[in-house]
Design a protein around this ligand. Structure first.
Ligand SMILES: NC(=O)c1ccc[n+]([C@@H]2O[C@H](COP(=O)([O-])OP(=O)(O)OC[C@H]3O[C@@H](n4cnc5c(N)ncnc54)[C@H](OP(=O)(O)O)[C@@H]3O)[C@@H](O)[C@H]2O)c1
Length: 263
């Protein structure tokens, strides 16, 4: 019960990593505020939760920027505080740069970046008032390096690093802890829901995800990282080595990344 009585707000809690992380927090005694854009999917997740009464659904579409602040206000009135915010929701993309209309670049940026920072800015003042809090975002290995077919997604994840590293440096004196989760390959629906050139869902499970770790293991790695207040929480398998390669040996990284299958 390492997170007993903590209030944890998780976006993207209707599937994959977010759902598994929400369930893991409930197992550890936390009360979860579970968000995603779909009220129906959240209800399905709630029914599967270890203690459904601890899985509190708050539908919130990160692509609808002008609705976020009022949802935060109502939710804070209801729960009083948020100890941990996990900005986990996101969508990916599968299309070459020249096949990606700018509307798709903007869509990915609106959900993965702008929605996330609007939510964070809306909750931060309450965390400061209550004496501190822990804020995380789920980035990716492609938030550290670019990768084919993911220009918009990779750009949005890179942007998260700039924002959350700045946030950490600005508010550490107010006891605001900030962690960036770097996801490798996790077996979820992320590639199925990725948007293609014409805006439709890609609909396939990439080999990378198929062979990745499962969401439950990812959730365990995330909770361990949060407990240890890690600034960077790496989640996945051997593909995480590419992060170290990119930072220490960029030429070798380029040589290897060219050979990795993109789907
Ligand atoms: N799986 C991987 O290999 C991997 C690797 C690195 C990073 N990640 C990151 O991990 C995070 C979770 O993804 P996942 O792998 O668990 O995939 P997933 O199963 O597709 O989960 C994505 C979650 O985001 C929510 N979401 C999508 N659009 C939203 C919107 N407009 N507003 C609010 N919520 C929205 C989805 O819920 P609704 O559809 O109900 O809105 C869903 O709960 C993402 O940020 C992803 O980029 C994943």
């Amino acid at each position: 019960m390492r997170f007993k009585d903590k209030i944890v707000w998780i976006t993207g809690a209707s599937s994959g990593i977010g759902e598994a992380t929400a369930f893991a927090f409930i197992e550890q005694g936390a009360t979860v505020i579970a968000s995603s854009s779909s009220a129906e999917k959240l209800e399905i997740s709630k029914a599967k939760a270890p203690k459904p009464e601890q899985f509190n659904t708050v539908p919130l579409d990160l692509g609808q920027a002008d609705t976020i602040e009022s949802i935060v206000k109502q939710t804070l009135e209801q729960f009083g505080r948020v100890d941990i915010l996990i900005n986990n929701a996101g969508i990916s993309q599968r299309s070459l740069v020249l096949d990606t209309p700018i509307t798709n670049d903007r869509k990915v940026m609106e959900i993965d970046y702008f929605g996330t920072i609007i939510l964070t800015k809306a909750i931060l003042p309450q965390m400061i008032r209550q004496g501190g809090g822990h804020i995380l975002c789920t980035s990716s290995i492609v938030g550290v390096f670019g990768f084919p077919l993911r220009s918009a997604y990779s750009a949005a994840k890179h942007a998260l690093h700039g924002f959350f590293e700045s946030l950490r440096l600005e508010y550490y004196k107010q006891n605001i802890k900030v962690g960036i989760i770097i996801g490798g390959r996790i077996n979820t629906a992320i590639s199925m829901n990725a948007i293609t050139s014409d805006g439709s869902a890609y609909g396939k499970l990439d080999d990378g995800q198929k062979n990745g770790i499962n969401s439950e293991k990812a959730a365990r790695q995330i909770l361990r990282g949060i407990r240890k207040n890690k600034r960077e929480i790496r989640v996945g398998g051997k593909e995480l080595l590419m992060v170290t390669l990119k930072r220490r040996f960029p030429r070798l990284h380029f040589f290897m990344a060219k050979r990795v299958k993109a789907t």
